[in-house]
Ligand binder design. Sequence first.
Ligand code: AP5
Length: 227
Amino acid sequence: MGAADAQTKRPLCFLLLGPPGAGKGTQSAIIARRTGVARISTGEMLRDAIARKTPLGEQAAPLMDNGNLVPDSLLVALIAERVTEADCTNGFLLDGFPRTVNQAESLDRLVADRGMELVVMNFDVPRAVLLRRLSGRRWCPNCQATYHVETSPSKKPGICDQCGSKLIQRPDDRENVVAKRLEAYEAQTVPVIQHYEKRGPVHRVDGYRDVDDVFAEVEQYLTGAMS
Ligand code: AP5
């Protein structure tokens, strides 16, 4: 799967769905690196807005710190603006959006207006594994690189390989906040999967495997979708 493959006649919109800790960020970063497709992570955009203390960041911070979703109107506007950038002309990949049926319906309209085709994947990982992944995740507040203390540690403990900053635990990876995020996922995002299942294929990916094994399946599916 090379950069040229990502440029089909009908632009594709890839959706990576799944619970917190399922590996969406990890896999979407690999897909973007290998294909050159534009990667849009709403979680990263919001954390960046918080770091820059923008009005969006000020609104999002207390919600995210408590494991709640940020209002649909803000997210829909964020995506609508981001996809007008030049790197999205030939398609894009969404990590963390849509997370509510309302967001999914807005995206359906956006995709139809742009003559795009949706390719939907849902990452499935047992809850106990999600909890281990989130509690062991370490994150760079400077460049947003992600590590895990056991499965993908940084070369120097506690220091980001990419920019040398000190790694921290994401504020929303605290145990009580994770429980709230999982509740929000069940209540608000599982219906999004059902929304897409009614419209076409949703490819289920067993995300409880090594990163490379998960990617091999993702790559095979995407290659089929792009041909
Ligand atoms: P967001 O940043 O999108 O968080 P999330 O969806 O909860 O997902 P995570 O980043 O926790 O997990 P992931 O699936 O990306 O897993 P990762 O690859 O990092 O959103 C954060 C918050 O922003 C939300 O709670 C909400 O408040 C707000 N928000 C964002 N989008 C929104 C929207 N559309 N609407 C409203 N609010 C929104 O992996 C996790 C760990 O596991 C890492 O340590 C990684 O190294 C490890 N790992 C990954 N894959 C494997 C593997 N195969 N084997 C072993 N370890 C692995």
